[in-house]
Ligand binder design. Structure first.
Ligand code: PLP
Length: 403
């Protein structure tokens, strides 16, 4: 079984999608038409924000958010070291310098306790990422930003529908950014993204930026971009938005199913299950385990041999990426992010995953650790004999990082 499968997903709503395509074809308007406007309104209502601007991708939403907030050359943008590259890339493209913060000891999101040390007089924005579908702890981040007069942008690309203290993510910061990449919890049939904000001036700047800095048409106020959501994708997303809550409920059920099965199989000796936060709903874009004792890659290989797809999000923390070598970070600078990169393993997760498939995933994981345990008894020297002690000492990623 794959780690993610879109075929069943599309099949279930095929006739609805085809009807939507037909309407767009008949209307003959493909850029910034009625579906984009309607989708923007529906998303504003869903998120509980005043304004949304549909754009070309989640990455573009981040670029336009930072640009709209005035980030430019010489500024610093603080973000998590353990995430997809986009927040840092957006800062770099605007001539700003990304500054990386380590993650929580017991989770995968930015540690608010480490934020202050990363701030400088040049810090212009903090991009807080809600990784894997779980909100980051926003209140201390917003408070720190307020004290220092810095903007907060939420990267909610993996967390549509997640909430924090009763309000949706992407509705807390100066701006929120969503991605509709096909595998995201709300995915288009191609690229797409959206920016949310309650600031009318920011919304208006971003609306201009997405159409070449213009408004009215052919009157250019600033250097902008061509970054629009297609009318066809908006029509698809409007169909899919109606199903989103049902799909999220399935993801939560599947995560609970993994928790229960992994516990029942006695595997918490070797694995750390996803943390549950009391402050808000986790929408499980990914079910991300930590595999202790340095056997993550061996487990992944074992599962692959049994036909079970898994994913490593992300194998290299941002501060150690080749592209950021010039920033001067060293291995060991952000040890929690480095450890997460070596330990994280994402199990199959999509709304159509069946209970018997989950049974198989957990059986095969149990099989892997059973043979390891027996092997260690014979050799008498395996570090797996004391898995809990090995916590925090697992091997660092190999390859470019080991050098
Ligand atoms: C997917 C993703 C992005 C980028 O979204 P695109 O639509 O692919 O540009 C940014 N940040 C995070 C955390 C993501 O998962």
């Amino acid at each position: 079984m794959p780690q993610f499968d879109l075929r069943d997903h599309c099949r279930a709503i095929r006739s609805e999608l085809l009807a939507a395509f037909g309407e767009v074809l008949d209307a003959g308007q493909f850029i910034l038409g009625p579906n984009v406007s309607a989708f923007e309104e529906e998303m504003a209502a869903y998120l509980g924000v005043a304004h949304t601007v549909a754009v070309n991708s989640g990455t573009d939403a981040l670029i336009l958010a930072l640009r709209g907030l005035g980030v430019g050359a010489g500024d610093e943008v603080v973000t998590s070291a353990f995430t997809f590259v986009s927040p840092a890339e957006a800062a770099s493209l605007l001539g700003a310098r990304p500054v990386f913060v380590d993650i929580e000891a017991d989770g995968f999101n930015l540690d608010p306790g480490r934020l202050e040390a990363a701030l400088s007089p040049r810090t212009r924005a903090i991009v807080v990422v809600h990784l894997f579908g779980q909100a980051a702890d926003l209140e201390p981040v917003l408070e720190m930003a307020r004290l220092h007069g810095i903007a907060v942008v939420e990267d909610a690309c993996q967390a549509i529908g997640a909430d924090y203290r009763g309000r949706k993510v992407a509705a807390w910061g100066s701006a929120g950014c969503l991605s509709f990449f096909p595998t995201k919890n709300l995915g288009a049939l191609g690229d797409g993204g959206l920016l949310s904000t309650s600031d009318p001036a920011l919304a208006s700047r971003v609306r201009a930026l997405r159409v070449h800095g213009s408004g009215p048409k052919y009157h250019h106020r600033m250097t902008g971009y061509n970054s629009r959501l297609d009318e066809l994708q908006a029509a698809v997303l409007r169909v899919k938005l109606k199903h989103l809550e049902g799909w999220i409920a399935r993801r939560i059920e599947i995560a609970k199913g993994y928790d229960e099965r992994l516990r029942a199989a006695g595997l918490t000796e070797w694995l750390i299950l996803p943390a549950h936060r009391t402050y808000g709903r986790h929408v499980f874009h990914q079910y991300a385990l930590r595999v202790l004792s340095g056997v993550r890659d061996a487990l992944r290989e074992h599962l692959a041999k049994k036909g079970i797809g898994t994913a490593v999000y992300y194998p290299v923390p941002l501060h150690l990426q080749e592209v950021y070598r010039g920033l001067g970070y060293r291995l060991g600078d952000l040890p929690r992010a480095e450890r997460a990169a070596a330990e994280v393993l994402c199990l199959p997760m999509f709304p159509e995953l069946r209970p018997e498939q989950q049974d198989r995933v957990v059986e095969e994981i149990a099989g892997f650790f059973k043979t390891r345990r027996e092997g260690s008894r014979h050799s008498g020297s395996c570090y797996l004999q004391q898995p809990r002690e090995a916590r925090g000492q697992s091997a660092l990623p190999r390859g470019p990082l080991g050098a």
